[in-house]
Design a protein around this ligand. Structure first.
Ligand SMILES: [Zn+2]
Length: 186
């Protein structure tokens, strides 16, 4: 779905009025446009070409990219949640560049989200694209809506995981993954 910048601008102006601000004062005058351009930027980052390579028999061990910085927005408050992502897969003849794993995160993170769904969407996308022996995605994120409002509990992390294929069925594979991301359990 394309971004409707005019609609976003109107909405942000209304929001500012709704909280008792003057949208025409100097610091806020450009804010509706800035917010609209920000969403346009998010939309651009969401599309990329997920290129894969066929490499039968060459590498069938675990590929892990860990500690990837990830930023998203909770769909309940439109406040950021952010932290680290760890993504692993075990190829079955099809591989992708490591940067594609990072780009995949952004596709699903740069939209209103909940962490549980975000985790599953990343895993399911990689299953669909790579048809691997297994995929594991772990997200450790701090939610601003819990840190600066509500329970006001800053600094704690919400951990979610999505395991597919051998990461579910094979205990040794799962343990190896957990060890590599410095976790004892999920
Ligand atoms: Zn929230």
């Amino acid at each position: 779905m394309a971004i409707d910048k005019e609609k976003i601008k109107q909405a942000i102006r209304l929001l500012l009025e709704g909280i008792g601000e003057d949208p025409d004062r100097e610091g806020l005058r450009e804010t509706p446009d800035r917010v609209a351009r920000m969403w346009e930027e998010f939309e651009k980052q969401r599309s990329f070409n997920f290129k894969t390579f066929e490499e039968f028999g060459s590498y069938n061990e675990m590929v892990l990219v860990k500690d990837i910085s990830i930023y998203s927005l909770c769909e309940h408050h439109l406040l950021p949640f952010f932290g680290k992502a760890h993504i692993a897969y075990i190829p079955d003849g099809i591989v992708c560049g490591l940067s594609k794993l990072v780009r995949t995160l952004r596709v699903f993170a740069l939209r209103p989200q909940v962490q549980e769904r975000l985790t599953n969407q990343i895993a399911d996308f990689l299953v669909q694209k790579l048809n691997p022996k297994g995929v594991a995605v772990v997200l450790e994120m701090e939610h601003m809506c819990m840190s600066m409002r509500g329970v006001m509990s800053p600094g704690h992390l919400t951990v979610t995981s999505a395991l597919r294929g051998v990461f579910l069925s094979d205990l040794r594979t799962r343990e190896e993954f957990l060890k590599l991301i410095d976790k004892k359990s999920l």
